[in-house]
Design a protein around this ligand. Structure first.
Ligand code: AMP
Length: 542
């Protein structure tokens, strides 16, 4: 017997309608290339999204066609998200930091029809256009007054398109399982793969992220997403904020600029922000040199990579509660969130220092398990390491245009490629990527824990550990370090002796190599494949 409840589809159009009716006076503030502080309301944003959609309706597109963006976090990008998804098209966000060959591959693989670009990216678009003949138009996200000179044959002006559409435009009814957004993951090997989100998965994920022990987004919040809208929809913030009625602050192309971030936090009274560790390092460096405070910021979520304890402790001193989050492009992205500070009373200081570094507890909607090499499930004892698998209604079941391939080793579970422990309270800790695991004498060494311990040295800016051939142990850890600005005199001996007592004795690396800069992927992760290649001829001292 079925329940007697209305079958109302979970669509992004319903967020737009709720946003314009219920949260219409909520504010969106943006840094853009043509205005350092653009501000307006959700009501105005969604009216413009309707106008844009009205113009797009004349483009002769069919449902499911891809509309791409190469853009920073700002209000026009936000409008494009809604205009395309609510029209039944798929908003394909492209990471501008990818290599040109990857961009060409992605645009052609996704069969993008139109690409919305920030004026900053016009030169990039000009170089890509000859290789992407099926793109019908490049829409520059600005007004006629600021349209740059361009050799793009089919360049269109965003504001002209908006002005030509009607605010009365009505979006079509949509199936909640229809695709709404597409984001390619940039693996370190092979071609990027597309993760295709649905309206339903996006809404459920947004609900999940809003929960108090997840990101905890309410109408009283002012949210600054420093996570890019081109990488997994800025962790769902552009959907959750209009659902809750929270004010949104978009940093535009200033995501890496500590001074602008501090100014936005203070002027707009930001309460909650999310970003990768690198962003927080930039903000902290600015706060230290300027002596500024960030009084309104209550909580920051750090994800995308392991967070060094030093960042958390420095943020503690500014009165900001830092919470680690873990997820993946394939998971929309949020999987776990570490809200251990909320239950801090239950931990001793020592326990808290350890638990707060973990990736956190799965939010409702995400199921986790860890398995050994034979696929046998491992206990949640905080000690056993295993391959981490996930499932749930916002987790990718297969990649775009690879539907026929065998993406999953085990039916119904997504293999994350991470190695993790889970403790009895459900706190998961990532110890490695499967392919980065170091096996010394048959035993696993967690490169992430060694990296955390090394980065906590005050003279270390960044550290990476790779497994390297050893005649006796088959592999031993090699620590590769970028010295901090006041760490030019740091020696290998000083660094290695600082690790004693912090990690297991046999995890202490056999050698340290100093380097000016670590290689990073387009999403800011250390490229271990490249590091292994760079150090392939290295030999450990006898
Ligand atoms: P992406 O799909 O580019 O967002 O990358 C997802 C991967 O980033 C995960 O599979 C993890 O390996 C890594 N990652 C994300 N968050 C964390 C975290 N809190 N700690 C350690 N690794 C993380």
């Amino acid at each position: 017997m079925n329940g007697l409840i209305m079958d109302a589809p979970l669509t992004i159009t319903s967020i737009l309608e709720h946003g314009e009716k219920v949260n219409g006076s909520g504010e969106i503030v943006s840094v853009t290339s043509d205005n350092p502080r653009h501000r307006y309301t959700y009501r105005e944003a969604f009216a413009r999204a309707r106008q844009l959609a009205g113009s797009m309706a004349g483009w002769n597109l069919t449902a499911g066609d891809r509309i791409a963006t190469l853009a920073w976090n700002d209000y026009r990008h936000f409008e494009t998200y809604y205009a395309s998804a609510c029209s039944g098209y798929v908003c394909h966000t492209i990471n501008p930091r990818l290599f040109p060959e990857q961009l060409v591959y992605i645009i052609n693989h996704a069969e993008d029809r139109y690409i919305f670009i920030d004026p900053d990216f016009v030169p990039l678009a000009e170089s890509l256009a000859p290789e992407c003949p099926d793109v019908r138009g490049w829409v520059v996200l600005t007004g006629e007054d600021n349209m740059p000179e361009t050799s793009l044959e089919n360049a269109l002006c965003y504001e002209t398109l908006v002005a030509a559409g009607s605010v009365e435009f009505q979006f079509p009814p949509l199936d909640e399982n229809a695709a709404c957004a597409l984001c390619y993951t940039s693996g370190t090997t092979g071609n990027p793969k597309g993760v295709l989100y649905s309206h339903r998965s996006t809404i459920l994920h947004a609900y999940g992220t809003m929960m108090p022990d997840a990101l905890g987004i309410s109408r009283r919040d002012v949210v600054l997403p420093i996570v890019p809208m081109f990488h997994v929809n800025a962790w769902g913030n552009p959907y959750a904020c209009p659902m809750a009625g929270a004010k949104l602050v978009f940093p535009g192309n200033k995501m890496g600029d500590g001074a602008t971030l501090a100014a936005l936090i203070n002027e707009e009274k930001v309460t909650l922000s999310a970003g990768v560790p690198t962003v927080w390092l930039g903000l902290l460096a600015h706060l230290k040199s300027s002596g500024e405070r960030i009084e309104t910021l209550r909580r920051m979520v750090v994800g995308g990579a392991a967070c060094p304890l030093s960042i958390m402790e420095e943020m503690d001193a500014y009165g900001v509660d830092s919470c680690v989050g873990w997820g993946m492009t394939e998971m929309s992205p949020l999987g776990t969130l570490n809200n251990s500070s909320a239950s801090r009373d239950d931990y001793t200081e020592e326990e808290f220092a350890k638990v707060r570094l973990k990736a956190g507890r799965p939010i409702f909607g995400v199921e986790l398990k860890i398995v050994d090499d034979e696929g046998v499930e491992l206990p949640w004892d905080g000690e056993s390491f295993g391959s981490l698998k996930v499932r749930g209604p916002w987790i990718c079941s297969n990649y775009f245009k690879l539907e026929g391939s065998d993406a999953h080793e085990e039916e119904g579970w997504f293999e994350t490629g991470d190695v993790a422990t889970i403790d009895a309270d459900g706190y998961m800790a990532i110890t490695d990527r499967t392919k980065d695991v170091i096996k010394s004498g048959g035993e696993w060494i967690s490169s992430i824990e060694v990296e955390n311990a090394a980065t906590n040295h005050p003279k270390v800016a960044e550290a990476a550990v790779i497994g390297h051939y050893h005649p006796k142990w088959s592999e031993r850890p090699l620590l590769i370090v970028v010295r901090g600005s006041d760490g030019q005199d740091l020696t290998a001996e000083e660094l290695l002796s600082s690790l004693e007592g912090k990690i297991a004795k046999w995890w202490i690396p056999d050698a340290v190599e100093f380097i000016d800069e670590l290689p990073h992927t387009a999403t800011g992760k250390v490229q271990k494949v490249k590091l292994r290649e760079m150090y392939k001829d290295f030999a450990f001292p006898e």
